[in-house]
Design a protein around this ligand. Structure first.
Ligand code: 13P
Ligand code: SF4
Length: 357
């Protein structure tokens, strides 16, 4: 994890913010560009993406949106694997990012050469990788999945008798293994944000708010997932907050998501899941340091100067596209089922192997 550092952009003053936003709107028009943002980036970037015809989404929808949009330039506000996925799916488009050093601990924790050796050692297994990986790792995979569809794809492979080699997130892999009963060999990386949520403290918090429903991203540790009312991708958790009757929710994922949750479910209360307490060695802020590298100033700058372009070796890109296309085709074929999987409490019979802990 030697390279795991993040450079936070300086926060502009309220007056500078207004000027920067106006500049970004004009530059998006001038460059015929569209802004594709993840739910974990700053609220202001999410608002700009929404109001300028871009999208704010989970990593599955970001990939799909960028591929299908007519714009010649995609500006990805998120982390590097999201920009690379956009480039792999749209090799003829220009893909820019506010900061190319915005990485992910899962990507860093799965170097392509070590991963390749792991695959070579287990040639009888179908290789399934999480989206949070480099293009080179994806190029070695049979399937790529995101958290919104990994469970369904592995369940399908398992039903066909395939044994799985999974990388890199050990918590998501373990969760899928438990839910599907698939034979899965797991790589052992984790997300440094979700790894900090604490099961013991979450249980205590639940005691304080017995009416609250618990929403958990599956990159969280098993003890946290075990307490969840809904387990799902970022979009699925927002969906659950809207559709469930509860008035209060405890949320175990990056706090950037709270902006969209509050907009989508006004009048409901969202409480951050604990990252500190007696079982913690420190208190984390539950915010991804690399997502936080996306700011208004570097976004304006990248549009103005056209630098920070994502390049993927075309030969690697062609190979990496195969597992991504497989996932997108699977998602298109099973659309209704996947969209509905956010709130499994209500659809338990239909989605008996999907989502709820
Ligand atoms: P989603 O696919 O749920 O948006 O997750 C991406 C991610 O990096 C979560 O930490
Ligand atoms: Fe990676 Fe975790 Fe950041 Fe998501 S929140 S981008 S998994 S480090």
């Amino acid at each position: 994890m030697g390279e795991a550092w993040a450079r936070l952009p300086e926060a502009p003053s309220p007056q500078e913010k207004g000027v920067l936003k106006e500049r970004i709107r004009a530059l998006l028009r001038r460059e015929e560009a569209v802004l594709v943002a993840h739910y974990y980036v700053d609220a202001e970037l999410q608002e700009l993406a929404d109001e300028t015809g871009g999208c704010v989404a989970d990593s599955l929808e970001m990939a799909r949106f960028g591929r299908d949009h007519a714009a010649k330039t995609l500006v990805v506000a998120g982390v590097r694997f999201m920009g690379e996925t956009a480039k792999i799916l749209s090799p003829d488009k220009r893909v820019l990012m506010p900061d190319l050093d915005a990485t992910c601990s899962l990507d860093l924790g799965c170097p392509a050469d070590e991963f390749s050796a792991f695959c070579d050692a287990h040639p009888d297994r179908t290789v399934v990788v999480y989206a949070n990986t480099s293009a080179a790792v994806k190029a070695r995979a049979d399937w790529m999945v995101t958290s919104s569809i990994g469970l369904e794809i592995v369940a399908d492979l398992h039903a066909r008798g395939e044994k799985i080699l999974w990388a890199p997130d050990r918590h998501l892999g373990g969760y899928i293994q438990k839910k599907t009963g698939a034979d899965m060999l797991l790589w052992q990386a984790s997300c440094l944000v979700h790894d900090e949520f604490k099961g013991i403290e979450l249980d205590l918090l639940r005691g304080e708010y017995p009416d609250a429903k618990i929403l958990v991203h599956p990159e969280s540790p098993e003890a946290v997932v075990a307490l969840a009312d809904v387990v799902g991708s970022t979009t699925q958790l927002i969906d659950a907050a809207v559709r469930m009757d509860a008035k209060r929710f405890i949320v175990a994922t990056d706090l950037g998501i709270l902006h969209k949750m509050r907009l989508a479910a006004p009048g409901k209360t969202f409480i951050e899941a604990p990252t500190a307490g007696n079982s913690a060695s420190c208190k984390s802020c539950a915010h991804c340091p690399w997502m936080a590298m996306n700011g208004l100033a570097n976004l304006a700058d990248v549009l103005e100067r056209g630098h920070n372009e994502i390049h993927v070796d075309p030969a690697v890109g062609v190979c990496a596209r195969v597992p991504i296309d497989r996932m997108l085709d699977f998602a298109a074929k099973h659309k209704k089922r996947v969209q509905a999987s956010g709130d499994l409490a209500k659809d338990a019979a239909l989605f008996s192997n999907v989502g709820a802990a």
